[in-house]
Unconditional design. Sequence first.
Length: 72
Amino acid sequence: MAMTDMQNRMYQSRGKNIRILCTDGEIVEGHCCDYTQPIDNEPEVAELTIQKGTHGLIGITEPEIETIEYID
């Protein structure tokens, strides 16, 4: 199965500091620790794992993401 444009952007975000605009308007900033491809996730949807400061890890799935921006 081919990657969508968003999945490719998610994959390229690994190891970078990013800002995500979610579809509900929330903005999440942090370090992208991991990308999980749909076939390895349940229910088969791509997901990013973000280290958000000292608040631990959070997962954001592809349908929740409006845009991804790299930050310094």
